[in-house]
Design a protein around this ligand. Structure first.
Ligand SMILES: CC(C)(COP(=O)(O)OP(=O)(O)OC[C@H]1O[C@@H](n2cnc3c(N)ncnc32)[C@H](O)[C@@H]1OP(=O)(O)O)[C@@H](O)C(=O)NCCC(=O)NCCS
Length: 367
């Protein structure tokens, strides 16, 4: 085994990383034994990592030869002073990486080549805007046949794929919890997501104070026994569930469609919430310049979970988020949840100290 067991990713995780990597690196040798290292755009098709190349050059010379393909994602840099105020030695980097070992093979069948090129287009030009690279399409022969024939398509089968996720698995649960607090306090853009990844990889890590939640639910309805987890960085996989919670609410229902709500969440640097058994039950999002203004939007708790303190907990987390906590003013609008926001230090804007100059709030409705 090439990788330490401790840090190994599952094959599915390694594959997901390889599939989503914007670029991959390929290392091989020429027939003369000279080393080659190339950066490529790759795509997974039919259980192989595929890419295209010019029909002459180093990649052609490497056909049939052993290659290693790798990709990586930097999760967070952990500075030495998180652990030791004097020594530089504890500085480390948290990352996820995948490696594929195999042989470079040529793909010759035109339908297969077209499918690889179509998959590359779908990955790097997902908005479309071209006719399909499909041999069955009526325009294929005229538009693509010659060009596809002239391109070299190569693949490496996914048989020997593994991945490594270095996410503090070698530290004690208490050390990890301390680092989670330090990452939250540091608050660089990737830190909330790093906190989520470290917790996912190490379920025995104690919950840091900023993510603790004591449910207020009565025992009689059984809900207090269900563990609620707070999340400082929900991920794109939560967006569909968030849209389901948000679409029927009064400020969205006649104004913003599901696609626009989803786009707004994906465009927000702050997307926090709570899950029960992996299911999203509450969320809030914010946009912020990090210094002057932050705007909180789309605060919601699933109807069956209301009245138990979750709305307040998610809002506290949102306000404590590094992007929001650094802003001098936090704004939001509400029809009837003023008591919730009063508890959190908001005042009605009409009661705010008057500005030294008269002004009007303005709005441009575009769509
Ligand atoms: C508003 C909402 C997010 C509150 O979440 P929640 O989990 O039910 O609220 P909590 O249990 O954390 O309550 C915290 C405080 O908020 C206030 N509050 C909660 N629900 C409220 C409501 N519907 N109207 C007015 N105040 C409310 C109370 O003051 C409560 O404090 P208390 O328990 O000391 O009385 C939730 O009811 C919801 O999703 N409503 C529909 C969507 C919505 O209106 N979102 C807010 C848009 S600005």
């Amino acid at each position: 085994m090439r990788r330490e067991r401790f840090f190994r990713m599952t094959r599915a995780e390694a594959l997901a990383l390889l599939e989503s990597a914007p670029v991959i690196h390929l290392a091989s040798t020429t027939p003369e034994g000279a080393p080659i290292l190339r950066t490529l755009h790759g795509v997974v098709v039919d259980d192989a990592l595929c890419f295209h190349a010019a029909p002459v050059g180093e990649k052609v010379e490497s056909l049939g030869r052993a290659v290693v393909i790798s990709c990586e994602e930097l999760v967070a840099s952990i500075p030495s002073y998180f652990v030791d105020p004097e020594r530089a030695c504890p500085a480390t980097t948290l990352y996820r990486s995948a490696q594929l070992h195999g042989t470079l093979e040529r793909v010759d069948a035109p339908p297969h080549k077209a499918r690889v090129l179509g998959a590359l287009m779908a990955k790097y030009q997902p908005e479309g805007g071209h006719l399909p690279l499909d041999v069955a399409h009526p325009s294929y022969d005229a538009l693509y046949e010659k060009q596809v024939a002239a391109l070299l398509i190569v693949q490496v089968r996914l048989a020997d794929l593994d991945g490594k996720a270095k996410l503090m698995q070698n530290r004690s649960p208490e050390e990890r919890c301390r680092v989670l607090e330090q990452l939250w306090a540091r608050g660089l853009d990737g830190d909330p997501r790093a906190i989520e990844l470290i917790r996912q990889a190490n379920p025995d890590t104690p919950t840091p104070p900023f993510l603790r939640f004591e449910p207020l639910f009565e025992n009689s309805n059984g809900r207090s026994k269900v563990p609620v987890t707070l999340h400082c960085a929900l991920d794109p996989g939560d967006v569909a569930a968030a849209v389901e919670l948000l679409a029927p609410e009064y400020w969205n229902i006649d104004t913003f469609g599901r696609e626009r709500i989803a786009g707004a969440i994906l465009g927000s640097p702050v997307f926090v919430g709570a899950r029960v058994d992996g299911r999203l039950v509450a969320c809030a999002r914010a946009i912020s310049d990090g210094h002057k203004y932050a705007w909180v939007y789309d605060v919601v708790v699933a109807p069956e979970w209301r009245g138990g303190g979750l709305g307040e907990a998610v809002m506290r987390l949102c306000l404590d988020h590094p992007r929001v906590r650094g802003a001098a003013r936090v704004l939001l609008q509400t029809r009837d949840a003023q008591p919730l926001y009063h508890k959190l230090g908001f005042i009605d804007a009409a009661d705010a100290p008057p500005r030294p100059y008269p002004s009007t709030s303005m709005l441009r409705i575009q769509r």
